[in-house]
Design a protein around this ligand. Sequence first.
Ligand code: SAM
Length: 321
Amino acid sequence: MRDKHQREINYLRVSVTDRCNLRCRYCLPPEGVSLAPHGEILRLEEIERVVRAATLVGVRKVRLTGGEPLVRQGLARLVSMLAEIPEIDDLALTTNGTLLASRVRELKAAGLKRVNISLDTLRPERFSWITRGGELGDVFRGIEAALEFALHPVKLNVVVIEGFNADEVVDLARLTLERPLHVRFIELMPFGPAEEWAKTGFVSTAQVQARLEATFGTLTEVRKPAGSGPACYYRIADAPGTIGFISGVSGHICSRCNRLRLTAAGKLRTCLFSTEEVEFKRPLRSGATLPELAELFVQAVRKKAARKTAPGGEAMVKIGG
Ligand code: SAM
């Protein structure tokens, strides 16, 4: 459905768990966050019901995320349940990749179409530091497995931070030269533990692009279908893969926002930055019909803000070039 700002809302991101097996320093505090008790988390059948209701208002793409979605028991079963919904034409997963190699076969067989894998650095010691103990080799095994099982396009998400990995953007972009990998540089967004860090660590898309073009020459923009999300894509001449930029801070991505977010505890958010939520779990558990759940989507979409707002309610200020 269209919202009142004329955006076609067709994409639902579903957090299947609030748990994660890594503790990335810009994402989670060292002690982790308080986790919802098991019974508060939507069951797989409940998630499927919400997705079915979402299709009644025009949702066609679903992405499973977290937390780390691969730590959720029964994930492959959920994938197969969602893959059977005829209206869903794109079913993707965002993962840190560490558990992917051992699970990729069952996920592919269940009907998963593609993956985004987070990969902030190519250096094992840096990876261990940023994730507070992760093994970079596990992620590479996950990337290889994704390629082997043709979960195309395999996208690698890199959050660029000055003083951590900004000196690696050229090496990361080189990954697109040999394999059909799509490396996407993401601006650090100032929330949670990143709020303070972003003051010194923020690197804009324009800065990353300038660094890449100093090495590779002018990047050629790759056309993408309308409505395909906030990333802009480029290619180094003759590379099988592409380079993407997601300018969540410096760019004007809100006008192209097509997404809704369902939290693991069953609350719908219309913006990553919004704290306003529509409750789905209670209606689900008290027997709401699919049209009644769809009506909750309609109400939420009606309230979707034109632009992202900071926690205090102020429109986010554009920073960086
Ligand atoms: N565990 C999965 C993963 O690592 O991809 C899914 C959840 S994770 C929160 C989703 C993505 O959000 C990751 O690519 C992560 O790097 C990114 N992310 C987390 N905090 C961020 C921030 N402050 N700014 C930009 N991206 C962020």
